[in-house]
Design a protein around this ligand. Structure first.
Ligand SMILES: Cc1cc2nc3c(=O)[nH]c(=O)nc-3n(C[C@H](O)[C@H](O)[C@H](O)COP(=O)(O)OP(=O)(O)OC[C@H]3O[C@@H](n4cnc5c(N)ncnc54)[C@H](O)[C@@H]3O)c2cc1C
Length: 92
């Protein structure tokens, strides 16, 4: 992988030995992150992190597929992106 990155980006001054401190692979196609307890429905009477993430914060809105509560897929990505963009359009 390092060799591949070096070949791809060398033309822009990239030097793998200098510019890479570490590589973490944490994505799996059509996976879903492991939500901690309370993530979906809240805990101890508190609002759930999912609900907080789906609310607009000023001019910022998150539209990631995993906010759909389903497996990662294009449909969820498009739906959540649409939701976030709609929220942003309320304020611009
Ligand atoms: C190997 C693989 C195969 C897949 N095959 C299919 C398939 O066949 N059919 C299908 O429907 N789905 C498939 N998926 C799932 C689909 O690709 C994802 O569900 C979809 O891309 C998710 O889109 P997203 O916009 O929610 O998130 P992402 O595509 O993950 O986009 C998130 C973006 O946020 C950026 N980002 C992260 N952190 C920050 C930060 N701090 N600041 C700024 N930007 C940040 C990332 O760089 C990324 O560009 C596959 C996924 C993988 C990994």
């Amino acid at each position: 992988m390092v060799t591949h990155l070096q070949r791809l980006f060398a033309g822009s001054g990239f030097i793998a030995r200098r510019d890479i401190a570490g590589i973490v692979l944490n994505r799996r196609g059509l996976a879903l992150f492991s939500p901690p307890p309370g993530f979906y429905f809240g805990k101890a009477g508190k609002v759930s992190p999912l609900k907080v993430l789906c609310e607009r914060f000023g001019r910022i809105a998150f539209g990631h597929s995993e906010l759909s509560r389903t497996v990662q897929a294009w449909e969820a990505a498009a739906a959540e992106g649409t939701r976030a963009l709609t929220q942003i359009l309320e304020v611009i």
